[in-house]
Design a protein around this ligand. Structure first.
Ligand code: S3P
Length: 175
């Protein structure tokens, strides 16, 4: 475990299926820190699953809830924080991540290829943006977002074929 003064605040970003939640849990376990996930925060705030928020209230409403959840979590959470895959698209989130980095926080882009993301995502109803042709949707989404993930991140780690605990070790080596 890292000695306390060097123990960084970490945010994980990346597309669905990159392993953000499981890697957050592995890092938290490794460093004895708390892990938090903004998807969970949004569901708690809305009182329903994300898929239902999309259906009942639409994506713009989800993005507004997500923005609020991310800004709150960045401000109050010390430890490891996993952001929903599209959270980095909001300009306010990009600004907040810039401040987080300036304050010494580390933003990690969990990169992944479709072949390795697909089994993790399962391409089921829980990810409303990937309905229809999930593989093509995922590719398009990743292509559009890659520059943003790269821009907001301090570190990029390719997670293809790695277990969450192995990704946690790689991240620690990059710090
Ligand atoms: C989304 C990713 C999901 C969730 C929502 C939208 C996206 O989170 O926030 O379905 O826009 O990529 P995960 O990245 O944890 O799957």
């Amino acid at each position: 475990m890292l000695p306390t003064p060097q123990r960084p605040r970490i945010v994980l970003v990346g597309p669905p299926g990159s392993g953000k939640s499981t890697v957050a849990a592995a890092l938290a376990d490794r460093w004895q820190l708390a892990a938090r996930d903004t998807d969970t925060d949004v569901e708690t705030a809305a009182g329903k699953p994300i898929a239902e928020i999309f259906v009942d209230d639409g994506e713009p409403h989800f993005r507004a809830l997500e923005r609020d959840a991310v800004l709150r979590a960045l401000a109050e959470h010390d430890g490891v924080l996993a952001l929903g895959g599209g959270a980095v698209l909001h300009a306010d989130t990009q600004t907040a991540l810039a401040s987080y980095r300036a304050d010494g926080g580390v933003v990690v882009f969990l990169d992944v290829t479709l072949a390795h993301a697909a089994p993790r995502v399962g391409f089921n109803q829980s990810r409303p943006l990937l309905l229809g042709n999930p593989r093509a949707q995922w590719q398009a989404l990743m292509e559009a977002r890659r520059p943003v993930y790269e821009q907001v991140a301090t570190v990029r780690v390719l997670t293809d074929g790695l277990r969450p605990a192995d990704v946690a070790v790689l991240i620690e080596q990059e710090l």
